[in-house]
Design a protein around this ligand. Sequence first.
Ligand code: BDR
Ligand code: CA
Length: 311
Amino acid sequence: PRPVILDGDPGLDDAVAWLLALASPELEVLALSTVHGNVGLPLTTRNAGVVLALAGPAGEGVPYGAGADQPLVVAETTAASIHGASGLPASDLPEPLRAPESEHAVHALIRRARARPGEITLIASGPLTNLALALRLAPELPGLLREVVWMGGSTAQGNRTAAAEANALSDPHAARIVFESGLRLSMVGLNVTMRCIATPERIHALRELGTRAGRVCAELLTFYAGVYRARYGLEGGALHDPLAVAAALRPELLDWQDMFVEVEVQPGPNLGRTVCDLYGVGGHAPNASVAVGVRHEAFFALLLERLATLP
Ligand code: BDR
Ligand code: CA
Protein backbone atom coordinates (compact mmCIF):
# COMPACT_ATOMS: atom_id res chain seq x y z
CA PRO A 1 0.00 0.00 0.00
CA ARG A 2 0.93 3.60 -0.65
CA PRO A 3 1.92 5.47 2.54
CA VAL A 4 -0.13 8.61 3.16
CA ILE A 5 -0.45 11.28 5.82
CA LEU A 6 -3.83 12.99 6.07
CA ASP A 7 -3.71 16.67 7.08
CA GLY A 8 -6.98 18.53 7.58
CA ASP A 9 -9.55 20.32 9.67
CA PRO A 10 -12.44 17.93 10.44
CA GLY A 11 -15.00 19.27 9.62
CA LEU A 12 -17.60 16.93 8.30
CA ASP A 13 -16.33 16.39 4.75
CA ASP A 14 -12.79 15.90 6.13
CA ALA A 15 -14.22 13.19 8.39
CA VAL A 16 -15.87 11.39 5.46
CA ALA A 17 -12.62 11.76 3.49
CA TRP A 18 -10.52 10.28 6.28
CA LEU A 19 -12.92 7.36 6.67
CA LEU A 20 -12.57 6.71 2.93
CA ALA A 21 -8.77 6.69 3.26
CA LEU A 22 -8.78 4.47 6.35
CA ALA A 23 -11.14 2.03 4.61
CA SER A 24 -8.97 1.75 1.48
CA PRO A 25 -6.48 -1.13 1.39
CA GLU A 26 -4.37 0.61 -1.28
CA LEU A 27 -3.40 3.24 1.32
CA GLU A 28 -1.33 2.87 4.45
CA VAL A 29 -2.42 5.77 6.66
CA LEU A 30 0.71 6.68 8.63
CA ALA A 31 -0.86 9.50 10.64
CA LEU A 32 -3.53 12.17 10.81
CA SER A 33 -2.56 15.77 11.44
CA THR A 34 -4.84 18.64 12.24
CA VAL A 35 -4.93 22.34 11.54
CA HIS A 36 -7.18 25.33 12.31
CA GLY A 37 -9.96 25.70 9.77
CA ASN A 38 -13.59 24.64 9.83
CA VAL A 39 -13.49 24.84 13.64
CA GLY A 40 -10.66 25.68 16.04
CA LEU A 41 -7.65 23.40 16.48
CA PRO A 42 -8.73 21.79 19.80
CA LEU A 43 -11.93 20.61 18.08
CA THR A 44 -10.33 19.50 14.78
CA THR A 45 -7.84 17.50 16.86
CA ARG A 46 -10.49 15.91 19.02
CA ASN A 47 -12.48 15.12 15.86
CA ALA A 48 -9.46 13.34 14.38
CA GLY A 49 -9.52 10.99 17.39
CA VAL A 50 -13.25 10.47 16.91
CA VAL A 51 -12.78 9.58 13.23
CA LEU A 52 -10.15 6.98 14.14
CA ALA A 53 -12.51 5.43 16.68
CA LEU A 54 -15.34 5.41 14.12
CA ALA A 55 -13.14 3.54 11.65
CA GLY A 56 -12.90 0.54 13.98
CA PRO A 57 -9.97 -1.80 13.33
CA ALA A 58 -8.84 0.35 10.37
CA GLY A 59 -8.17 3.23 12.77
CA GLU A 60 -6.40 1.22 15.44
CA GLY A 61 -2.78 2.17 15.90
CA VAL A 62 -2.96 5.21 13.60
CA PRO A 63 -1.43 8.18 15.45
CA TYR A 64 -2.84 11.69 15.25
CA GLY A 65 -1.50 15.04 16.30
CA ALA A 66 -2.17 18.76 16.33
CA GLY A 67 -0.47 21.23 14.04
CA ALA A 68 -0.95 24.97 13.58
CA ASP A 69 -3.71 26.75 15.49
CA GLN A 70 -3.43 29.97 13.46
CA PRO A 71 -2.81 31.01 9.86
CA LEU A 72 0.61 32.50 9.06
CA VAL A 73 -0.48 36.11 8.54
CA VAL A 74 -4.23 36.62 8.27
CA ALA A 75 -6.57 36.29 11.26
CA GLU A 76 -8.13 32.91 11.98
CA THR A 77 -11.60 32.30 10.51
CA THR A 78 -13.82 29.29 11.17
CA ALA A 79 -16.90 27.90 9.42
CA ALA A 80 -19.08 26.63 12.24
CA SER A 81 -22.16 27.73 10.28
CA ILE A 82 -21.33 25.04 7.68
CA HIS A 83 -19.80 22.32 9.89
CA GLY A 84 -21.70 22.83 13.18
CA ALA A 85 -20.19 24.21 16.39
CA SER A 86 -18.22 21.01 17.05
CA GLY A 87 -17.27 20.34 13.42
CA LEU A 88 -18.99 16.95 13.57
CA PRO A 89 -22.75 17.45 13.91
CA ALA A 90 -23.81 13.83 14.54
CA SER A 91 -25.36 12.12 17.55
CA ASP A 92 -23.84 8.64 17.82
CA LEU A 93 -20.13 9.49 17.95
CA PRO A 94 -17.55 7.45 19.83
CA GLU A 95 -15.01 9.01 22.17
CA PRO A 96 -11.44 9.28 20.86
CA LEU A 97 -9.65 6.03 21.71
CA ARG A 98 -6.46 7.72 22.81
CA ALA A 99 -4.80 11.10 23.20
CA PRO A 100 -3.08 12.92 20.36
CA GLU A 101 0.70 12.68 19.99
CA SER A 102 2.56 15.33 21.98
CA GLU A 103 4.90 16.11 19.06
CA HIS A 104 3.75 19.06 16.93
CA ALA A 105 2.28 17.75 13.66
CA VAL A 106 4.70 19.87 11.60
CA HIS A 107 7.69 18.22 13.26
CA ALA A 108 6.02 14.81 12.93
CA LEU A 109 5.48 15.38 9.20
CA ILE A 110 9.15 16.24 8.66
CA ARG A 111 10.27 13.26 10.77
CA ARG A 112 8.08 10.83 8.83
CA ALA A 113 9.09 12.26 5.45
CA ARG A 114 12.79 11.92 6.34
CA ALA A 115 12.26 8.32 7.46
CA ARG A 116 10.72 7.31 4.12
CA PRO A 117 12.23 9.64 1.49
CA GLY A 118 10.27 9.81 -1.76
CA GLU A 119 7.49 7.54 -0.53
CA ILE A 120 4.86 9.54 1.32
CA THR A 121 1.84 11.24 -0.23
CA LEU A 122 0.35 14.04 1.84
CA ILE A 123 -3.39 14.48 1.34
CA ALA A 124 -4.29 17.94 2.62
CA SER A 125 -7.93 18.88 3.06
CA GLY A 126 -7.67 22.11 5.01
CA PRO A 127 -5.67 25.35 5.07
CA LEU A 128 -2.03 24.66 4.13
CA THR A 129 -0.44 26.18 7.25
CA ASN A 130 1.20 22.93 8.43
CA LEU A 131 2.78 22.17 5.08
CA ALA A 132 4.02 25.75 4.66
CA LEU A 133 5.64 25.66 8.11
CA ALA A 134 7.20 22.28 7.30
CA LEU A 135 8.65 23.73 4.09
CA ARG A 136 10.23 26.56 6.06
CA LEU A 137 11.72 24.19 8.65
CA ALA A 138 12.80 21.57 6.10
CA PRO A 139 13.39 23.19 2.70
CA GLU A 140 14.38 19.76 1.35
CA LEU A 141 10.78 18.57 1.84
CA PRO A 142 9.83 18.76 -1.87
CA GLY A 143 12.45 16.07 -2.49
CA LEU A 144 11.24 13.96 0.42
CA LEU A 145 7.51 13.78 -0.29
CA ARG A 146 6.25 11.76 -3.22
CA GLU A 147 3.30 14.03 -3.82
CA VAL A 148 0.83 16.41 -2.22
CA VAL A 149 -2.84 16.21 -3.13
CA TRP A 150 -4.73 19.26 -1.88
CA MET A 151 -8.43 19.94 -1.76
CA GLY A 152 -8.54 23.65 -2.20
CA GLY A 153 -8.65 26.52 -4.64
CA SER A 154 -10.63 26.68 -7.82
CA THR A 155 -10.01 27.33 -11.49
CA ALA A 156 -13.10 29.53 -11.39
CA GLN A 157 -15.33 30.92 -8.66
CA GLY A 158 -14.85 30.84 -4.89
CA ASN A 159 -17.14 29.67 -2.12
CA ARG A 160 -16.04 31.82 0.85
CA THR A 161 -15.76 34.94 -1.29
CA ALA A 162 -16.58 35.41 -4.96
CA ALA A 163 -12.90 34.81 -5.74
CA ALA A 164 -11.61 32.47 -3.04
CA GLU A 165 -12.16 28.92 -1.88
CA ALA A 166 -12.28 28.44 1.90
CA ASN A 167 -9.02 26.49 2.41
CA ALA A 168 -7.11 28.96 0.26
CA LEU A 169 -8.67 32.00 1.92
CA SER A 170 -8.10 30.63 5.45
CA ASP A 171 -4.33 30.84 4.91
CA PRO A 172 -3.48 32.40 1.54
CA HIS A 173 0.18 32.97 2.44
CA ALA A 174 0.62 29.30 3.29
CA ALA A 175 -1.00 28.28 0.02
CA ARG A 176 1.31 30.65 -1.85
CA ILE A 177 4.39 29.12 -0.16
CA VAL A 178 3.21 25.62 -1.13
CA PHE A 179 2.56 26.53 -4.77
CA GLU A 180 5.98 28.22 -5.00
CA SER A 181 7.81 25.33 -3.32
CA GLY A 182 8.46 22.97 -6.21
CA LEU A 183 6.52 20.17 -4.49
CA ARG A 184 4.77 17.74 -6.79
CA LEU A 185 1.27 19.07 -6.26
CA SER A 186 -2.21 18.06 -7.38
CA MET A 187 -5.03 20.52 -6.82
CA VAL A 188 -8.59 19.28 -6.44
CA GLY A 189 -10.60 22.49 -6.40
CA LEU A 190 -14.18 23.67 -6.34
CA ASN A 191 -14.46 23.45 -10.12
CA VAL A 192 -14.60 19.66 -9.68
CA THR A 193 -15.76 19.18 -6.07
CA MET A 194 -18.93 21.26 -6.53
CA ARG A 195 -20.00 18.62 -9.05
CA CYS A 196 -19.82 15.84 -6.44
CA ILE A 197 -23.00 16.38 -4.46
CA ALA A 198 -24.25 14.24 -1.59
CA THR A 199 -27.80 14.06 -2.95
CA PRO A 200 -30.69 12.69 -0.88
CA GLU A 201 -30.37 9.36 -2.78
CA ARG A 202 -26.67 9.12 -1.94
CA ILE A 203 -27.30 9.93 1.71
CA HIS A 204 -29.98 7.26 1.75
CA ALA A 205 -27.51 4.73 0.34
CA LEU A 206 -25.04 5.55 3.12
CA ARG A 207 -27.70 5.15 5.81
CA GLU A 208 -28.78 1.85 4.25
CA LEU A 209 -25.30 0.41 4.80
CA GLY A 210 -26.69 -0.38 8.25
CA THR A 211 -23.38 0.41 9.98
CA ARG A 212 -22.51 3.09 12.49
CA ALA A 213 -20.05 4.66 10.04
CA GLY A 214 -22.78 4.75 7.37
CA ARG A 215 -25.32 6.25 9.75
CA VAL A 216 -22.90 8.90 11.02
CA CYS A 217 -21.89 9.90 7.48
CA ALA A 218 -25.57 10.12 6.52
CA GLU A 219 -26.31 12.31 9.53
CA LEU A 220 -23.35 14.60 8.86
CA LEU A 221 -24.25 14.97 5.20
CA THR A 222 -27.91 15.65 6.05
CA PHE A 223 -26.84 18.56 8.26
CA TYR A 224 -24.54 19.75 5.45
CA ALA A 225 -27.31 19.47 2.82
CA GLY A 226 -29.42 21.99 4.72
CA VAL A 227 -26.56 24.49 4.63
CA TYR A 228 -25.84 23.91 0.94
CA ARG A 229 -29.48 24.25 -0.03
CA ALA A 230 -29.80 27.56 1.77
CA ARG A 231 -26.42 28.98 0.78
CA TYR A 232 -25.76 27.70 -2.73
CA GLY A 233 -29.14 26.42 -3.95
CA LEU A 234 -27.76 22.88 -4.39
CA GLU A 235 -29.63 19.70 -3.50
CA GLY A 236 -26.89 18.54 -1.13
CA GLY A 237 -23.43 19.28 0.21
CA ALA A 238 -20.34 19.01 -1.98
CA LEU A 239 -18.01 16.08 -1.21
CA HIS A 240 -14.91 18.29 -1.42
CA ASP A 241 -12.40 16.47 0.77
CA PRO A 242 -13.46 12.88 -0.09
CA LEU A 243 -12.73 13.72 -3.73
CA ALA A 244 -9.13 14.60 -2.84
CA VAL A 245 -8.68 11.18 -1.21
CA ALA A 246 -10.30 9.53 -4.23
CA ALA A 247 -7.90 11.49 -6.47
CA ALA A 248 -4.95 9.94 -4.60
CA LEU A 249 -6.54 6.50 -4.77
CA ARG A 250 -7.76 6.60 -8.36
CA PRO A 251 -6.46 9.60 -10.31
CA GLU A 252 -8.27 8.30 -13.39
CA LEU A 253 -11.58 9.33 -11.80
CA LEU A 254 -10.58 12.89 -12.70
CA ASP A 255 -9.16 14.71 -15.71
CA TRP A 256 -5.97 16.64 -15.05
CA GLN A 257 -4.15 19.53 -16.65
CA ASP A 258 -0.69 20.81 -15.72
CA MET A 259 -0.66 24.57 -15.28
CA PHE A 260 0.84 27.49 -13.41
CA VAL A 261 -1.16 28.52 -10.36
CA GLU A 262 -0.48 31.63 -8.33
CA VAL A 263 -2.19 32.43 -5.04
CA GLU A 264 -3.25 36.03 -4.49
CA VAL A 265 -2.10 37.38 -1.13
CA GLN A 266 -2.86 41.08 -1.63
CA PRO A 267 -5.75 42.28 0.55
CA GLY A 268 -8.88 43.02 -1.44
CA PRO A 269 -11.58 41.16 -3.31
CA ASN A 270 -9.18 38.60 -4.81
CA LEU A 271 -7.39 37.62 -1.58
CA GLY A 272 -6.97 33.84 -1.57
CA ARG A 273 -7.80 33.37 -5.22
CA THR A 274 -5.91 30.58 -6.98
CA VAL A 275 -5.17 32.24 -10.30
CA CYS A 276 -4.99 29.31 -12.75
CA ASP A 277 -3.29 29.84 -16.10
CA LEU A 278 -5.39 27.35 -18.08
CA TYR A 279 -4.02 28.45 -21.45
CA GLY A 280 -0.42 28.96 -20.37
CA VAL A 281 -0.55 32.55 -21.53
CA GLY A 282 1.69 33.81 -18.72
CA GLY A 283 4.68 31.84 -19.94
CA HIS A 284 5.44 30.23 -16.54
CA ALA A 285 6.28 26.55 -16.22
CA PRO A 286 3.41 24.58 -14.65
CA ASN A 287 3.66 24.13 -10.87
CA ALA A 288 0.59 21.97 -10.31
CA SER A 289 -1.55 19.30 -11.83
CA VAL A 290 -5.06 20.68 -11.62
CA ALA A 291 -8.23 18.60 -11.73
CA VAL A 292 -10.47 19.89 -14.51
CA GLY A 293 -13.03 17.09 -14.86
CA VAL A 294 -14.57 14.40 -12.65
CA ARG A 295 -16.59 11.22 -13.07
CA HIS A 296 -18.79 11.82 -10.05
CA GLU A 297 -20.86 8.64 -10.28
CA ALA A 298 -17.80 6.38 -10.27
CA PHE A 299 -16.38 8.48 -7.44
CA PHE A 300 -19.48 8.04 -5.30
CA ALA A 301 -19.60 4.31 -6.06
CA LEU A 302 -16.03 4.02 -4.75
CA LEU A 303 -16.87 6.02 -1.62
CA LEU A 304 -19.90 3.85 -0.87
CA GLU A 305 -18.04 0.59 -1.55
CA ARG A 306 -15.22 1.56 0.83
CA LEU A 307 -17.38 2.98 3.62
CA ALA A 308 -19.34 -0.30 3.51
CA THR A 309 -16.26 -2.08 4.88
CA LEU A 310 -16.28 -0.06 8.12
CA PRO A 311 -18.23 -1.09 11.24
C1 BDR B 1 -13.23 23.13 1.90
O1 BDR B 1 -13.45 24.01 2.97
C2 BDR B 1 -13.88 23.32 4.10
O2 BDR B 1 -14.99 23.96 4.64
C3 BDR B 1 -14.18 21.92 3.67
O3 BDR B 1 -13.85 20.99 4.69
C4 BDR B 1 -13.32 21.72 2.46
O4 BDR B 1 -12.02 21.28 2.82
C5 BDR B 1 -14.20 23.44 0.79
O5 BDR B 1 -14.03 24.73 0.34
CA1 CA C 1 -11.54 20.48 5.02
